[in-house]
Design a binder for this molecule. Sequence first.
Ligand code: BG6
Ligand code: BG6
Ligand code: GLC
Ligand code: GLC
Length: 962
Amino acid sequence: PTCDVRFLLSEGGSGRGAAVVTAVARRLAAQRRRLDAALAPFLLAPDTLREVRDKMRAELEYGLKREAQGKATVKMLPTYVCGTPDGTEKGKFLALDLGGTNFRVLLVKIKSGRKRSVQMYNKIFAIPLEIMQGTGEELFDHIVQCIAEFLEYMGIKGACLPLGFTFSFPCRQASIDKGTLVGWTKGFKATDCEGEDVVDMLREAIRRRNEFDLDIVAVVNDTVGTMMTCGYEDPNCEIGLIAGTGSNVCYMEDMKNIEIVEGNEGKMCINTEWGAFGDNGCIDHIRTKYDREVDEGSLNPGKQRYEKMTSGMYLGEIVRQILIDLTKQGLLFRGHISESLRKRGIFETKFLSQIESDRLALLQVRRILQQLGLDSTCEDSIIVKEVCGVVSRRAARLCGAGLAAIVEKKRENRGVEHLQITVGVDGTLYKLHPHFSTVLRETVKELAPQCDVTFLLSEDGSGKGAALITAVAKRLHNIDKYLYAMRLSDETLLDVMARFRREMKNGLSRDFNPTAAVKMLPTFVRSIPDGSEKGDFIALDLGGSYFRILRVKVSHEKKQTVQMESEIYNTPEDIMHGSGTRLFDHVAECLGDFMEKQQIKDKKLPVGFTFSFPCRQTKLDEGILITWTKRFKASGVEGADVVKLLNKAIKKRGDYDADIMAVVNDTVGTMMTCGFDDQRCEVGLIIGTGTNACYMEEMRHIDLVEGDEGRMCINTEWGAFGDDGSLEDIRTEFDREIDRGSLNPGKQLFEKMVSGLYMGELVRLILVKMAKEGLLFEGRITPELLTKGKFETKHVSAIEKSKEGLNKAKEILTRLGVEPSHEDCIAVQHVCTIVSFRSANLVASTLGAILNQLRDNKGVGRLRTTVGVDGSLYKMHPQYARRLHKTTRRLVPDSEVRFLLSESGSGKGAAMVTAVAYRLAEGDAGNRRRGIGVSLWLHCCFLNNPLRAHKVYDFKYDHFSL
Ligand code: BG6
Ligand code: BG6
Ligand code: GLC
Ligand code: GLC
């Protein structure tokens, strides 16, 4: 009864009604088709996503390569953050957080130990658009203004706190506290900043204001800050992801894969800057016309192409471009493009997120659109919601494909079948969008099925992580400041290289040799082994850590084979420092004992004598000791021929006879040993008790020996580099102290900065001084720590081991009577690293000079050569060799150097030299002493270079007629 119903008779039957329905359906279907056509490019098929993943992976790998520097689109920037938090961080820090939606200044208090905690106070400040896009000076002045307000607000204006600067833009870093802005991204475009160090710019601005001082210790990307924030909660967090205004990822990479950073042990965080993925066009086929329009209208056209498809700053803009297009097609807003739709930036991520919220009724969607000035119908709202969904889903899928590449890389790095890893995440898109995180996770699962990825949301922003990094950096920063003189830049190393090249030239020249510090001694060895040597030999090996006697049998049935037996003999200090006669009596006695044991006392075997000290030679079987080095200081030997001294000692005994046919330096022995395995070997390098190198020089450059043809091995005796004052600018107070306390003050100054006999002591002297100044062990100094020689080079090696290093440090320091804290151990490890790094760097410089000389001698653009190496420091130190290789390659980029470790000491090489000398001597007894050098060289030239034979023959003729 309450309804008033009208009955209307259908005049035309239901057909008309059906036609109306059909007309609407048709219109809708046509609309749908056009809509689908517009949105289809956003729906990425699984295969396309896999292709994106693989391309991203290839770009990541390329970015790590040295040759990619300045060329790679995905820049893979080293961050100098080498570990995730371990709970020992503590202190009070300031942090800045610039580059995301908000600019924040924070005060962070970190407590370590069992009650570890982090307290944070922060304030958000606005950065007006005109400052974001004004001048660099205005921007940094504004930042400093905000810091001043914050310090005032917190009541800490006078405190000079360490500061960690989260700067969310691509920066090239050479250390944790330096960051050169590669290029602005997102909404920033301040002038005069690109190519500048942002830490310097901040320091300058603080100086300009002249109100307070801050100690800027670290500059970090927001991805890195996020990874560290999350890493504090979960040690398995080794990836940081930002899906916010911008899009980016960082992750912990194995050092050995990062070609442009020295060192191979451990890990370093790499800021991928993946936002630039595709800037080389490699994903252009999946970019839509809308992406291109967004790009063209952006602050940085052509750049950050992947970011522009995946991050909050651009998703709204993509939606707006689609809406304009659909409106033009008459599919939206009744075909009318309103003023507000023309406005760039009306669609922010937050609106996108709101519109896509599942719980939102269509009416509410309409209301949001209305707020944006878009007068929509219900149908419009449905379409807008769909557009938003397609765009944000594509963003999440693309981001997932990128992340799949990263986790897969991590899995392969670890060499595991299945990887469990945590990704620390931040950013408004990830946090506020209703579906982004879910789609992202699903995609990663789909594309990296062997990885079990946990996503940990960063609750506290990246300021906390930046403070944690600052805490670690501050500790090491203090030591670095303290030992700044020991950290040599590449510029200095190149300078040292140039200086050493000059020294080499002087040493080789007749006029300058008498006063040259680096003696460049001719060795009368003219070629490396050629495979024809044979016989039964004795080799003496005196001057390294051990005195060794060897029997070397070289046979030649089908293939050349070497059999070696050896015995180590003790050389007590009183003999090393006593009279020369006693020393050589000792050597002769040990040789007698060895021959007895070998039952060859009745034979007169040829002997090769590796004598690892600087000797002047005019022939192979003569060695006049110029000066003792390292541990030896026996009287009456300097200026005498060691072969004669040994012969005399043997004769005096009268119980056996020996024929000392060659005296060789250990570098030469090493080169010959390695030359046996690799014919290309033309440098011998020792980094052991002492350090030295020899190499094959062109005869025409050796003024001190007659003749211009062929080559001769030169024993550089580079240990004496700097003895004329040429290294004074890089020697430190510790180097001078080492020298003062040595057996040979004023001599072997380069050796004393580099080699094993001195390295431990160098570290000890530093530790004592640091302890005295209260920087270590709470200022405690023990008698053991004060005892010379108590801290050995083998301890440096143990402490620098990557896994057990800190435990070893604790053990060693405890034995020295100090009770080290964890922090002390980290600090001592850092001191060891600085000292051993300097050593490897210095050797790379001098070796670099030799390599350049070889390259110039050969007149080739690119040198391919092998360096034979021996010595306990090189062999035992866990990172020395790799550091040396890396720095050498960096300093001499146009070379391909193989470092070949001498496995069997220099005795084998000495035997090789002796073998040739012996055979030639046997064949030509009359000319034996006189002609060995020439004959040896002739022999090798004939064998190695038949084309030159006739010329050699002429030379022989001349020589003998003389
Ligand atoms: C914040 C971090 O939480 O997230 C910033 O503290 C970071 O360092 C930001 O840049 C990223 O997200 P958005 O959405 O603000 O760009
Ligand atoms: C040995 C060589 O292997 O290394 C020696 O046989 C050389 O000739 C020595 O002197 C150098 O290393 P260290 O560490 O023993 O001085
Ligand atoms: C941009 C920046 C990058 C930052 C990211 C997220 O891609 O270049 O450094 O990490 O945005 O904020
Ligand atoms: C010292 C010696 C040198 C030797 C080097 C390595 O520098 O002077 O001859 O090669 O130590 O043992």
